[in-house]
Structures are given as structure tokens and as C-alpha cells.
Design a protein around this ligand. Structure first.
Ligand code: UDP
Ligand code: MG
Length: 315
């Protein structure tokens, strides 16, 4: 239902954002009421150690369109998004960071795309003001590596959790059972009609980012591993390559040294033969590992237990 009176759920994961919440809430309310959108706002309080919890409770008391889920401890943003998507009852769900980095004023553009008929509208970061060099270089590197190993080949660099999902996408997402998840990759995997909207990320309104570099690296690795088994197979290909090259070098030296009487004057010693023989063996080992990888891949897909297909519509 994408009519005028559709209900929009705004989903906000919160971890130590006490200094941002009031300001952020007012800003969202202003946009939503300006556009006369029926809405609910859902805060997922992800084990903050500051005042976030009491600030959220205060907001919810004064605003009946607001709900909250409070975690028993910090489970991470991915878990928060999952919980929020289960709680949301809207015809569309918009996911927004609580720190003001995602431009709230663009919500109506997301909704407009959704009304055009898109099921997933993805915010793609153009720039990130105030984001350190390491973080932005890291993100670039991550996306180029991910592109390299991508099984499906449709990763959009800079795509973020700032996105809007149609009810049917949310329902499908809620069926997924895997535990270790990167929600944006899973949403991409679900398919449906996707649109992107480029945006400039703002600076944090207040506070510090909860994601340490270590956490980001873990997220990146999780993302790559969950997304693709190609790294496993690359090892096998590397092995085959090493063995083949060694074999060619071996044959060349054999002919040069023993069959022809050393016309290039290489004076090849036994050590050289040994070295080449060893690298040949290393190649064989890696190739066998690649073979194992094919079996592991199979187990991996079985263990993920994802449904085999997703139905887009039903009558
Ligand atoms: N967040 C969360 N749980 C966490 C870490 C972060 O719910 O363990 C929330 C945080 O409150 C914010 C959003 O996820 O609304 C993005 O976090 P952050 O700003 O720390 O990360 P970055 O901007 O670097 O992606
Ligand atoms: Mg942030």
C-alpha cells in the first residue's frame, strides 16, 4: 500500500547518543509533519552506557507515535536493525542513524522513490564530511576488494544502512535466520526493485562514533565472507597457477641444462631444481585446498539455510 495515508516506520538504532536524541527527534518530527506523513518512530536502544535510555523513555512519554525496544546489552547495530524491522508495522520502513549523519531532510525523497514503485531505496554516500582519511580510504579499499570477490556482481560502493524498505522486503527479511549478519548485504541479496539516492553524509551532531576501527574491520570481513565464497576458490586457482608456472620453468631448465648443453650459460645447480620442485609442490597443496573449498562452499550454503527463492508478489 503506497497511498497517501500509508504508515511510515522510522527505525533508529541507538548506542550512546544521549546528546543527539532530542535534537534528532524534533528534526524528524518537523519533516514528517511538514509532509503530513502517518508515521511511527521506533528507537532500538542497543545497550548504551550513557543516558540514552532515559532520554528515549522521556521522548516516548511525550510522543504517542513513538515506541522503543531496549536491549539487555550491546548487541551491535545489525542486531538493532533486525529487532527494529521485527517491531515495525509500517508499509515502509526507513532506517536512520541517530547521530545526524544521515540527512533527515531527504526522507521525502526516499518516500517519493518508494511511491514510484521501488521496494528498496538505498542511500549511497557521496562524501563524508569529517570522516578521517583512514576510514574513507578503508571504506574505498573494502568496496574494491568486495567487488573483486563478489559472487553476484552488483555491489554499489558507498551504499549505507540509510535506506527505505517496502513492507514485503521487511517481511522477507524477518524470515531470514542466519545469526551473524550484515543487514545491508542481506537486503541486497533479497533483491526486489532497488533504487539508489546519493547523499552527502553530515558530521556527527554530538558524541563519538561507536564503531571502532577493529569493529569496522570485523564488519568488513564478515561482509566479504558472508557475501561470497570466491576467496576460498581464489586460493585453489593460485595453486594451479603456481604449479603450472613451476612445471614450465622445470621443463625449460631440464631441456636447457641436460638435453641441450647449456646454450644460455645459466649453469643451473641442483638447488634451483629443488626450489622449483618445492614451489610446484606448494602449488599442488594450494590447489588441493581449493578443491576442499568447493566442498566447504557447499556446506556453507547449506548451513546458512537461506530460503531457495523469494516470492515477490502473490495474489
Ligand atoms: N549503533 C548501535 N549499536 C552499536 C553501534 C552503533 O545501535 O553497537 C548505532 C549508533 O547509535 C548510530 C548508528 O548505529 O545511530 C551508527 O553508528 P556510528 O555513528 O557509531 O557509526 P558510523 O557513523 O561510523 O557508521
Ligand atoms: Mg555515525
Amino acid at each position: 500500500m503506497k497511498e497517501k495515508n500509508a504508515l511510515i516506520s522510522i527505525l533508529i538504532p541507538v548506542h550512546n547518543e544521549a546528546a543527539n536524541l532530542e535534537w534528532h527527534h524534533q528534526k524528524i518530527k518537523k519533516i514528517l509533519s511538514k509532509n503530513k506523513l502517518a508515521h511511527e518512530i521506533i528507537y532500538i536502544e542497543d545497550g548504551s552506557t550513557d543516558d540514552s535510555q532515559s532520554v528515549i523513555k522521556r521522548i516516548v512519554e511525550s510522543d504517542s507515535s513513538t515506541k522503543y525496544v531496549i536491549f539487555s546489552r550491546n548487541f551491535g547495530k545489525e542486531a538493532a536493525i533486525t529487532a527494529g524491522l521485527q517491531k515495525a508495522s509500517g508499509d515502509a520502513v526507513m532506517i536512520i542513524d541517530a547521530d545526524g549523519q544521515h540527512p533527515i531532510e531527504m526522507i521525502d525523497q526516499f518516500i517519493a522513490k518508494w511511491r514510484e514503485g521501488y521496494d528498496v531505496v538505498i542511500g549511497v554516500r557521496k562524501s563524508n564530511q569529517g570522516e578521517g582519511f583512514i576510514k574513507s580510504a578503508g571504506s574505498k579499499l573494502f568496496y574494491s576488494l568486495l567487488k573483486l570477490v563478489d559472487n553476484k556482481g552488483d555491489i554499489v560502493p558507498g551504499s549505507t544502512d540509510f535506506r527505505l524498505l517496502d513492507r514485503k522486503v521487511v517481511d522477507e527479511y524477518n524470515q531470514l535466520t542466519e545469526r551473524n549478519r550484515v543487514s545491508r548485504n542481506l537486503i541486497d541479496w533479497l533483491g526486489f526493485k532497488q533504487a539508489t539516492i546519493p547523499f552527502d553524509a553530515h558530521q556527527r551532531h554530538a558524541g563519538v562514533a561507536s564503531y571502532s576501527y577493529a569493529k569496522l574491520v570485523k564488519l568488513a570481513i564478515d561482509g566479504a565472507i558472508k557475501h561470497s565464497t570466491r576467496p576460498l576458490k581464489l586460493i585453489g586457482i593460485l595453486g594451479i597457477l603456481i604449479s603450472s608456472l613451476s612445471f614450465v620453468a622445470f621443463a625449460f631448465l631440464l631441456v636447457e641444462r641436460f638435453i641441450l648443453p647449456d646454450p644460455l650459460h645459466l649453469a643451473v645447480t641442483g638447488t634451483a631444481f629443488l626450489a622449483i620442485f618445492l614451489s610446484f609442490l606448494v602449488g599442488i597443496v594450494l590447489a588441493c585446498q581449493g578443491l576442499l573449498a568447493l566442498y566447504v562452499e557447499n556446506i556453507y550454503y547449506e548451513a546458512q539455510n537461506r530460503p531457495l527463492f523469494i516470492i515477490r508478489e502473490k495474489k
